[in-house]
Design a protein around this ligand. Structure first.
Ligand code: ADP
Length: 624
């Protein structure tokens, strides 16, 4: 038979339409799962960086506030005794640590080395006298993006647009922060100018998998300046001062007479004010704190003392006034990224597996359905051919014998009788076939009606066997019927002959004609498929609530691979057709349907010593 190319290539279509897209989907999903950890980490980094940036802006604001407080509280002119003037200032403003007063020519008016000084004042002088007397240059820090803003923004804003200073500054900072190329270029220029930025105190993790080992360069570069240069362009200011790697802030303010007044800020008070900015240091996700120039946290939760504070999750440098200080955030639980990612990955894996399995299952189901439909369509076509043939053959014989009888050519009465018998048999076969086809179509439409009544199954079988026996015997078959009644067997263990059976024990509720047809189909098969061993037995016996009828032959039997299909509609064993056995493929399907409709069933069992057993079960009617 010609099959469409689509159907012939169903397997390939299944692979291309289901398996390949399924596998591709799985591969894509697995790849995106792998990126999940990096994605979660990036998200967390973004959130924490926003917090850290906010903290940096709070510190900037606080420094401005501190500067204002110092300016406001400081006297504007140096009239009277400098010592008491400075002492008063110190008393009014707690931020004032070690105050000083300079003349217009940078002579130190206070603290004076020759007067009796406290230990604190002496150490102040030791560290600061050179700087305050304008002899020593100190580093003054500036954000590298501001120092090199012309180089950063030049190319972009050189289009004749009007330059706005504040906007330009912001532009320079964001271009610098966002582009690694700009950073590299600017650092290179700074290095060429001898302004190498120092390494930062911390090593922020760029990502957990590949942590940076070297601290990155600071965003602040310094210029060495004398006090005169520092104070030249403004009236007041703050200058960071390092003493043996310890940072202090120095405030200065020009007085009305041109002298300079200032102080080192009280370290403890400054730190206290900055710590006060940390509203929530510790959350279940992160620890947020400020680090001093040594990389030590200004404030840390007690239980976190063992942490390596030089390796924050994200960090930002604080201010040009507090070089080497950092605002830093740490993961409370360093495993949080992998465990969060792990959870998401597990969920994704489960989803992907479900998806993949359902694609495969759905595809397989569709494939199976299509295959089944295709095979059914083929069987139906075969069925039409079979039935036409089946109808034609008995009709041809009936016509042939009838014509012979009509022609009166056959004088022998015995022969005529034989022809008539053959004609009846062929007509019976025709009837059975037509009944099967009609019944099947009624069953298909759900219109098959039964007329159930309590009947004696042994009686029915006996009738059937007796009516068929002559025909069977004529074609060399022996047909036997046995009924066994285990509960009421004769004392000598022999079986009852059917006619001597006890009345009770074989009653079933069934449609007589339908049951006849079901058993007749089995008997007819036993004959059709037993070319060799021509013995057919019908054995009835009650088994619990069931009546069991075994129809047994010594024919060719059924291979296990075929056995599971024989009850399907239109199914014909492979060699049935080739062996020239006539049939429609409906007999067993109809028999099973009838028996199931009666609450029973039918099954096939291979028979020991060769042949088949078809076992029919029907519910017995309870004896009154
Ligand atoms: P048909 O006999 O018209 O082909 P059936 O539905 O009655 O259709 O049987 C289906 C198939 O089961 C047969 O084609 C045959 O291969 C197999 N079969 C049925 N009964 C027997 C039997 N008694 N011995 C061997 N094969 C059988």
């Amino acid at each position: 038979m010609n099959r469409s190319p689509l159907i012939r290539h169903l397997g390939w279509i299944f692979i291309l339409a289901v398996v390949v897209p399924g596998i591709l989907l799985a591969v894509i999903a697995v790849r995106s799962i792998k990126r999940e950890e990096a994605y979660i980490e990036k998200q967390l980094q973004g959130t924490l960086l926003a917090e850290v940036t906010y903290l940096v802006s709070l510190v900037e604001t606080e420094l401005s506030r501190i500067k204002r407080e110092l300016t406001g509280s400081a006297p504007d002119s140096a009239s009277g005794d400098p010592q008491s003037l400075l002492e008063d200032w110190r008393l009014t403003c707690p931020l004032v640590g070690a105050p000083f007063l300079l003349s217009t020519r940078f002579e130190i008016l206070w603290p004076r080395p020759e007067s009796s000084l406290s230990e604190e004042e002496r150490s102040f002088l030791r560290w600061n006298s050179d700087f305050l007397s304008n002899r020593l240059k100190v580093p003054v820090f500036e954000n590298i993006a501001l120092a090199y803003q012309d180089q950063i923004v030049n190319r972009e804003s050189d289009r004749g647009e009007k330059k706005v200073k504040g906007v330009e500054l912001q532009q320079a900072i964001s271009s610098f922060e966002m582009s690694q190329a700009v950073q590299d270029r600017v650092y290179e220029q700074a290095r060429e100018k001898g302004q190498s930025p120092e390494p930062r105190t911390v090593v922020p993790s760029v990502n957990l998998a590949g942590q940076q080992e070297q601290p990155p360069p600071s965003i602040f570069v310094s210029t060495e300046l004398r006090l005169a240069e520092i104070t030249a362009e403004s009236d007041l200011g703050l200058v960071p001062r390092f003493f043996e790697d310890r940072l202090a802030l120095l405030f200065w303010k020009k007085l009305d007479d041109g002298g300079i007044l200032g102080c080192l800020l009280a370290d403890a008070v400054l730190k206290e004010r900055l710590i006060a900015l940390l509203s929530e240091v510790y959350t279940p996700v992160r620890i947020l704190t400020l680090l001093d120039e040594q990389g030590r946290p200004l404030f840390a939760p007690q239980e976190q003392t063992l942490r390596d504070y030089r390796r924050p999750f994200v960090a930002r440098e604080l201010s040009a006034l507090l070089p080497r200080w950092e605002a830093a955030a740490y993961l409370t639980d360093p495993q949080i990224v992998s465990s969060r990612a792990g959870r998401v990955v597990t969920i994704l894996w489960v989803l992907i597996s479900i998806l993949f399995v359902s694609i495969l299952a759905g595809g397989t189901l569709v494939l199976k359905t299509v295959r089944a439909e295709v095979s059914l369509a083929r069987q139906k076509t075969l069925f039409v051919a079979n039935v036409s043939h089946e109808l034609k053959t008995p009709l041809t014989s009936i016509r042939m014998f009838a014509e012979m009888l009509r022609g009166g050519r056959q004088r022998s009465a015995k022969k005529s009788q034989e022809y008539l018998t053959l004609m009846v048999e062929e007509a019976q076969r025709l009837t059975r076939l037509i009944n099967n086809v009609l019944d099947f179509s009624a069953m298909e439409r759900g219109e098959k009606r039964y007329d159930p009544q309590v009947l004696d199954a042994a009686e029915l079988c006996r009738e059937l066997v007796e009516s068929q026996r002559p025909r069977y015997e004529q074609s060399g078959f022996s047909l036997e019927l046995r009924c066994s009644f285990p509960a009421e067997e004769p004392a000598n263990g022999a079986e009852f002959a059917p006619e001597n059976r006890p009345a009770a024990g074989m009653r079933v509720r069934a449609d007589r004609e339908a049951l006849r047809q079901a058993i007749m189909n089995l008997l007819s098969n036993a004959e059709k498929y037993s070319a060799g061993g021509k013995v057919v037995e019908v054995v009835l016996q009650p088994a619990g609530p069931w009546l069991v009828i075994d129809i047994m032959d010594r024919g060719r039997g059924i291979a296990p691979t075929e056995a599971k299909h024989i009850f399907k509609e239109f199914y014909r064993g492979d060699d049935s057709a080739t062996a020239g056995v006539r049939g429609s493929g409906l007999g067993l399907a109809i028999s099973r349907r009838i028996l199931r409709d009666h609450g029973g069933d039918i099954e096939y069992m291979p028979r020991e010593g060769g042949g088949s057993i078809f076992r029919v079960r029907l519910p017995l009617v309870e004896e009154q």
